[in-house]
Design a binder for this molecule. Structure first.
Ligand SMILES: Nc1nc2c(c(=O)[nH]1)N[C@H]1C(S)=C(S)[C@@H](COP(=O)(O)O)O[C@H]1N2
Ligand SMILES: [Mo]
Length: 412
């Protein structure tokens, strides 16, 4: 039965002459580097949310030991998150053809009989289940989140974070077991017909493409995805990002003409609530509470900083020219003059995960961190957060709360 070529358990069933140890090894080595970068930049993205700071930022409560590595996310360089998250999302999308080709190349193994030859073999197969399942899960959840705009509201972080650890644990086992062989294979030191579990078909069909051609095909696919994705992170190239989600708000042109995540209408901001007679910013600290109108804010010392918006979805803008009140000056107004503490920022928005965010003391203290009133020389547009929004260097977009109504310093 093992050799009945009508059954997928027979090596003769799989007839592509492209399959072989070398083909698999090249793809595997690309993934070794690529997936490691994805894992590291993903963990950095999680750290950038400041999940240890306050429950409102903690997108994965009960992370337990998996949060062991968290550190104070810095404010320098100011494009840090733009870089790490741009790499994470762009590389993740680019690697899709490589992942699929790698899985395709080893499919015969999935059906090989007997399913378990020894304890060690059984354990290896179990790790493969986690590897393949975890890998597909990470790529699928990541792509869905980026392309479909939060299909798992609130739970994406939890799913993607736990999935990453499962995937990477299995990946590390797999790498330890396979890398020596993969390296030998690409250096040509391996004749796979000598191996007990060769990938090469004993019954191969006439070739329609060479192995090298097949690798070029995979690489070309990856390059095409890269070319139609990378523009998300560069203003001038935005229109080349054919794979970026379309149909969202058109930012138009002019000073406020840069990417909009959620519009004021989507967030349920009623223009009547932001008018000069109604809107007040309520700032609280150990020294008490002050209520400021937009005109009051204009009378405080205004400062400028050039900072980008960089979203977890991988897109970012170039630096915009923001003008507003320094967060540390607002802290000083309510009794935190020398040593600004953490702050909880709350929006007028009533529903949605991003209506509140906590910032760490180092972010409050940075002189470039603003409660912005203007951008590129003009009043903030409603969609960019009028009457006031937070902007902090190097932070993920979600920490840059729009339509701010309340700020509470200290005691988070
Ligand atoms: N109140 C509120 N603030 C918010 C959001 C939101 O949904 N509600 N989205 C955040 C996210 S995820 C990003 S990326 C930035 C986008 O800012 P922009 O729309 O001005 O580009 O705003 C942030 N501030
Ligand atoms: Mo975002």
């Amino acid at each position: 039965m093992r050799d009945d070529p009508r059954l997928p358990s027979s090596p003769g069933f799989w007839r592509s002459p492209v399959r072989g140890v070398r083909f698999t090894a090249v793809l595997g080595l690309v993934l070794l580097v690529g997936v490691t970068v994805l894992f590291v930049t993903g963990l950095l993205s999680y750290a950038a949310y400041n999940p240890d700071l306050a429950p409102v930022n903690d997108m994965t409560p009960d992370k337990g030991l998996l949060g062991f590595y968290l550190f104070d996310w810095p404010t320098d360089p100011h494009w840090l998150y733009r870089l790490t998250q741009g790499v994470h999302v762009t590389l993740g999308i680019t690697l899709i053809p490589v992942l699929l080709a790698k899985l395709w190349s080893v499919i015969p193994r999935l059906f090989a009989l007997p399913p378990v030859r020894s304890l060690a073999h059984g354990l290896e197969r179990l790790s493969l289940l986690l590897l393949v399942g975890g890998g597909l899960f990470e790529f699928v959840t990541g792509v869905l989140n980026v392309q479909l705009d939060y299909v798992f509201p609130g739970s994406f972080y939890t799913l993607h974070f736990y999935g990453a650890w499962v995937f990477f644990a299995a990946f590390a086992v797999h790498v330890a077991l396979k890398t020596p062989k993969a390296l030998r294979a690409v250096r040509n030191g391996l004749d796979e017909r000598d191996l007990p579990d060769a990938l090469e078909s004993p019954n191969s069909a006439p070739p329609t493409v060479s192995r090298r051609g097949a690798l070029w095909f995979v690489g070309g696919g990856a390059l095409l995805l890269f070319a139609t994705t990378v523009g998300r992170s560069f203003d001038g190239l935005r229109r080349t990002a054919l794979l970026a989600p379309h149909g969202g708000a058109d930012p138009g042109s002019g000073p406020n003409g840069f990417q909009i995540n959620k519009t004021a209408a989507y967030a349920g901001i009623d223009p009547a609530e932001t008018g000069p007679d109604v809107w007040r910013l309520v700032v609280t600290g150990r020294g008490g509470t002050v209520r400021l109108s937009r005109a009051d804010l204009d009378l405080l010392a205004l400062h400028s900083s050039a900072l980008p918006i960089a979203c977890v979805e991988g897109w970012s803008t170039s630096d915009q020219w923001w003008r507003g009140v320094r967060l540390r000056d607002l802290a000083a107004l309510v009794g935190h003059a020398d040593d600004p503490p953490d702050v909880l920022v709350e929006s007028l928005q009533r529903r949605g995960a991003f209506r509140r965010a906590a910032l760490r003391a180092n972010q409050v203290a940075d002189p470039r961190s603003l409660l912005a009133l203007y951008v590129n020389g003009e009043e903030l547009s409603p969609d960019h957060g009028y009457p006031a929004r937070v902007i902090v260097p190097a932070a993920p977009g979600v920490l840059n709360t729009k339509w701010v109504a309340r700020m509470t310093f200290g005691d988070l």
